[in-house]
Ligand binder design. Structure first.
Ligand SMILES: Nc1ncnc2c1ncn2[C@@H]1O[C@H](COP(=O)(O)OP(=O)(O)O)[C@@H](O)[C@H]1O
Ligand SMILES: [Mg+2]
Length: 262
């Protein structure tokens, strides 16, 4: 279980990027963070990944406090960030130095098969399309078998068809080892396609506005009414998040949030 307790971040220039974030994510759960630019989504992932330090609060993984980069926590960014001087195979194998050569080769080959790039193992990253490069970045994150995988808008630079195929590749890899996933996205349909729960954030300071469970069965039928209803609920919550000033009393915010469950 990943626990964020009373997490706050104030940058050196005084920007209150996050205020009192409380979030518990079950092992194997996929949680999607949604909210406009500047809500603190990237800041939150960077704190969990140990790339930056919180101003207050705690991050715990299975009860153990995280206070820096941890081998059980992986991260994928919007851009693939592959190492241009390594082949596709070696990019995926990059974090597996501690594993014996036979097991390393088996894991990389299996991952390449899962993302449909077996025949591209020897290529350079520059010879792949953007979508293929991001598939390699995702495979690289999964092969280390992290307990927690953080994804910061990993599909937002891709076209809709490529994005849909990456959703399938992501779920295919996730099903094998079932890491906890925290996925940042702007795309409400993407959240409903992938997540077990949507967490809607609000800016200035960045905080959690509302949470909506996504209990649709998998694989998810994007043309069905339950899918459409979930999309509308999240859109309604996002709309309220933009129109609910932070000074509003908590009781009124609770009332408005409850009203979303029509
Ligand atoms: N290194 C930094 N120094 C100062 N302010 C920052 C820094 N990084 C982000 N911010 C600010 O913190 C807020 C949250 O940013 P960010 O986490 O990038 O949000 P999001 O990913 O939701 O767009 C924004 O107001 C942003 O300008
Ligand atoms: Mg961001």
């Amino acid at each position: 279980m990943l626990e964020l307790e009373h997490l706050s971040k104030i940058y050196a220039d005084g920007t209150r990027a996050l205020s009192d974030i409380n979030l518990f994510v079950r092992q194997g759960e996929i949680v999607s963070l949604i909210g406009g630019s500047g809500c603190g989504k990237t800041t939150l992932l960077r704190l969990i990944a140990g790339l930056d330090r919180a101003s207050a609060g705690a991050i715990k993984l299975d009860g153990e406090a995280l206070s820096g980069p941890h081998p059980s926590v992986g991260i994928v960014f919007q851009e693939p960030r592959l190492l241009p001087w390594l082949s596709v195979f070696d990019n995926i194998a990059f974090g597996l130095d501690h594993i014996n050569a036979t097991e390393r080769k088996a894991r990389v080959e299996h991952a390449l098969e899962k993302i449909g790039l077996s025949e591209h193992a020897g290529r350079w990253p520059r010879d792949l399309s953007g979508g293929q490069q991001q598939r390699v970045a995702i495979a690289r994150a999964f092969v280390t078998h992290p307990k927690v995988l953080l994804l910061d808008e990993p599909f937002s630079a891709l076209d809709a068809f490529t994005r849909a195929s990456l959703h399938e590749h992501l779920l295919g890899l996730w099903e094998e080892t079932r890491p906890t996933v925290v996925l940042v996205t702007h795309d409400v349909q993407e959240a409903v396609t992938l997540a077990d729960r949507a967490v809607v954030m609000q800016p200035k300071p960045g905080r959690i506005f509302d949470e909506l469970p996504l209990t649709l069965s998998r694989p998810r039928d994007k043309t069905g009414l339950p899918f459409e209803t979930s999309v509308r609920r999240i859109l309604t919550a996002l709309d309220h998040s933009l129109n609910t000033p932070q000074q509003q009393p908590q009781r009124e915010r609770d009332r408005q949030a409850a009203a979303l469950w029509w």
